[in-house]
Ligand binder design. Structure first.
Ligand code: MLT
Length: 341
């Protein structure tokens, strides 16, 4: 198929667009139509991923692992900027207000892109002002305590919480964060209030748990597992249906006596609304490639991060999933009166 016959190519395309040349020129014209030369040439300068929590935490680690592969695939540096505060809602707001040119990316999760919409009076709309790029791996939570907390298992922790209502201190990454939702869930299930201590992320919260300043965190495996392995904190349960392959010694919440404490925190990436589709597709392509890389999968698996299944890696899949999560969880979170204070 010769390039010269452009006119007829378009006519020809009404049927099948099999050959790469046809596909490339069609893509070029639609990309051009959907964002012009900029979309075609994207990226021509460094891309910044805004992580709405502190460096070294689970959201940061995942963004950095993927960022390295996005850099290699798209040929431009990928910078990580930690913009923290208000359960991650400040960092997400930075992206919602950014230019829709593909150079400012939002890394986040269930907390930042679903729960916060039911907790904070956000200046942006989570579903309208951010365009989904890709659903990322998820991980369950671990109920972890400081090493010398007076509870050897989950049953003893629950008994202690009930006997000492409001005395236990739990680290969180702010109202609406995964660790806050997990902690509120534990308090709700046991009927024993807990004092939440907000940090700018679970990385700094973990430092205080290791040094015994706080009593517990309901934290993502991606953040807590390495400290558990070092023996600097104690894991009482994982909020999954089955034990983790990478930590078979940690009982499930059901095995540990609290079957209702089930939670899996999913992650994702978004761009400002109105970003040309061709740019969304390029970034999605780089992320999907990274998720398909055996080395990446192995690295993430050691952190307890898995998935999403191959069929769930399109921007549409994240859009549909996020919308369904908003419809499911907003009434529950609002009814639970979880507030930003
Ligand atoms: C973090 O990266 O610090 C966490 O994702 C915060 C959280 O949601 O618990």
């Amino acid at each position: 198929m010769a390039i010269g016959r452009a006119g007829s190519i378009f006519g020809f395309c009404a049927g099948v667009c099999a050959t790469s040349v046809v596909a490339a020129s069609l893509w070029a014209s639609s990309a051009f139509a959907q964002g012009g030369a900029a979309a075609l040439a994207y990226p021509v300068r460094p891309i910044t991923i805004i992580v709405p929590f502190a460096a070294g935490g689970p959201t940061d680690v995942l963004a950095r692992v993927l960022g390295e592969h996005i850099r290699a695939d798209l040929g431009q540096p990928v910078l990580i900027e930690n913009v923290t505060g208000a359960g991650g809602s400040i960092g997400v707001g930075r992206v919602a207000a950014a230019a829709p040119d593909g150079y400012t990316v939002s890394a986040g999760h269930f907390g930042t892109h679903v729960a916060n919409g039911a907790i904070y009076a956000l200046k942006y709309d989570l579903l309208r002002d951010l365009d989904p790029v890709a659903l990322l791996p998820s991980n369950p939570m671990l109920v972890v305590t400081r090493r010398n907390f007076p509870a050897a298992d989950l049953k003893e922790l629950v008994a202690w919480l009930k006997a000492n209502p409001g005395k236990a201190t739990a680290g969180t990454a702010g109202a609406g964060s995964g660790s806050h939702i997990g902690g509120a869930f534990l308090a709700n299930l046991t009927g024993a209030p807990i004092q939440f201590v907000p940090y700018r992320g679970t990385a700094p919260a973990m430092q205080d748990l290791v040094s015994g300043q706080i009593d517990l965190i309901v934290d993502q495996t991606a953040n807590a597992l390495s400290q558990v392995r070092q023996g600097s904190i104690r894991a009482l349960a994982v909020t999954a249906a089955t034990r983790l392959a990478v930590a078979p010694d940690i009982p499930t919440s059901a095995e540990a006596g609290l079957p209702g404490l089930r939670m899996e925190l999913w992650n994702g990436m978004w761009l400002p609304h109105g970003t040309p589709r061709a740019i969304v597709d390029k970034l999605n392509g780089a992320i999907v490639k990274a998720l398909g890389d055996p080395g990446v999968r192995e690295k993430l698996a050691t952190l307890g991060l898995e998935g999403p299944p191959a069929g769930q890696r399109t921007p549409e899949a994240l859009a549909a999933f996020q919308k369904a999560e908003v419809e499911k969880w907003w009434p529950i979170i609002k009814a639970a009166r979880i507030s930003a204070e």
